[in-house]
Design a protein around this ligand. Structure first.
Ligand SMILES: C[S@@+](CC[C@H](N)C(=O)[O-])C[C@H]1O[C@@H](n2cnc3c(N)ncnc32)[C@H](O)[C@@H]1O
Length: 380
């Protein structure tokens, strides 16, 4: 229930915070919790979780410094002292000591005596494809978030949109260098997405898959390994598919085009949209889904895989990182399963399977079908 707040003209909530939040707004309550066994543990864990939120940006920037100064890379080759790491990175020793200590607190490296070594987490960071590229790319996003209130008011001009020029229309993405820059970033991180998508989606019954917005073909290459019998087609913008042939064998058909401006080619009995919808506004997605529906035969399959919002159960990875990232792209939106299912229903898809995820921060997959009966009736 709301009423109009005096002066501001903005509706104000009448109910106020819930009882637990009301209690937590009282300083005496925190003093009380810190004295009562049982409550003390909960209070401490809550405090730690809260401080993680407070310090997230600094943690992330320490990681970026460790990457840019190649500290983790050097430790992957050999254990080092602070003094050597400092000399190799042209950083004063006392400052390198602070950075290494932060790296140890983040469990990326550890110290024994005077010597620093890489931990399994630090090694995983260097090994997981796409993670380092993602971190190196963060300065663009962080510049866009430098004034977060203005950003959320929509009063900034985010630089990130320029990194993904197709958000301004297919014509915006004609520059092959720009296309190669974003395609490399996507291809690097495609390994995990493909791995999870292939585990989550049932490919039985599919004979010909067309990957729309498939970049330089990293997903189709993974599909080819898992399901060598499938016929595969790649559809993406001309400036992007130019880089695909090197990755894909001659058995994959590559079709340049724009799903905004062209009808999608016919012939596939399944279409995949991997990390495509979240780049675009609802109107573009609605038109794309209509285009996909037209291109598929009755009973054809649509596979959607991308990071999705937790919806009614907000997810710390997708509802902070990806929703803000796609917002900075200007046209993007990280949708929940329910929102995507709603758009699919409106576009006339059936058999929408509940979304499944192994790692929501990697991807969540959803599939749907074109109605077998009604379309065959229409075509009779
Ligand atoms: C975020 S990338 C995802 C690439 C790939 N599916 C992946 O997951 O690695 C989005 C892709 O959609 C493509 N795309 C954007 N607008 C398009 C359009 N109008 N027609 C065809 N492809 C488009 C981009 O070129 C890009 O390759």
């Amino acid at each position: 229930m709301t009423e109009t707040g005096l002066g501001s003209g903005v509706p104000r909530s009448v109910a106020g915070p819930g009882w637990a939040a009301k209690l937590a707004l009282q300083p005496w309550f925190h003093r009380f919790c810190s004295r009562v066994p049982g409550l003390r543990g909960i209070a401490r864990a809550e405090g730690e979780a809260l401080f993680e939120v407070v310090s997230g940006f600094v943690r992330s920037q320490c990681l970026l410094a460790l990457v840019e100064l190649r500290v983790l890379h050097r430790l992957a080759e050999a254990p080092e002292t602070t003094a050597r790491l400092a000399a190799l990175s042209a950083v004063p020793v006392d400052r390198m000591a602070v950075l290494c200590q932060a790296g140890a607190a983040l469990k990326l490296m550890r110290r024994k005596g005077d010597i620093w070594r890489l931990t399994p987490r630090g090694a995983a960071f260097l090994t997981v494809p796409g993670l380092e590229a993602m971190v190196r790319h963060h300065p663009v996003l962080y510049r866009d978030l430098a004034d977060p209130a203005a950003f959320f008011r929509g009063k900034t001009d985010p630089e990130l949109a320029g990194f993904w020029p197709y958000v301004f229309g297919a014509g915006g993405a004609a520059d092959p260098d720009l296309a190669a820059r974003y395609s490399d970033l996507m291809a690097d991180s495609q390994g995990l997405v493909a791995e999870d998508t292939l585990r989550l989606v049932d490919f039985r019954g599919i004979t010909h898959l067309m990957d729309v917005g498939g970049g330089t073909g990293a997903f189709l290459a993974a599909v080819g390994k898992a399901h060598p019998q499938l016929t595969r087609t790649l559809f993406d913008l001309p400036a992007v598919v130019a880089g695909a042939r090197a990755r894909l064998g001659a058995d994959v058909t590559i079709i340049p085009g724009s799903f905004r401006d062209d009808d999608l080619p016919l012939g596939a009995d399944a279409i995949s949209l991997i990390r495509v919808l979240y780049d675009h506004a609802d109107a573009t997605v609605t038109a794309l889904l209509a285009n996909v529906r037209q291109a598929l035969p009755p009973g054809g399959r649509l596979i959607i895989s991308e990071p999705m919002s937790g919806g009614a159960r907000p997810d710390p990875a997708t509802d902070v990182y990806f929703t803000v990232y796609t917002l900075a792209m200007q046209t993007g939106r990280t949708r929940s399963e329910a929102e995507i299912a709603g758009l699919l229903q409106k576009a006339g898809f059936d058999a929408i399977t509940p979304a499944k995820s192994l790692r929501p921060f990697v991807t969540t997959a959803l599939s749907a079908m074109t109605p077998a009966e009604s379309l065959s009736k229409l075509s009779n």
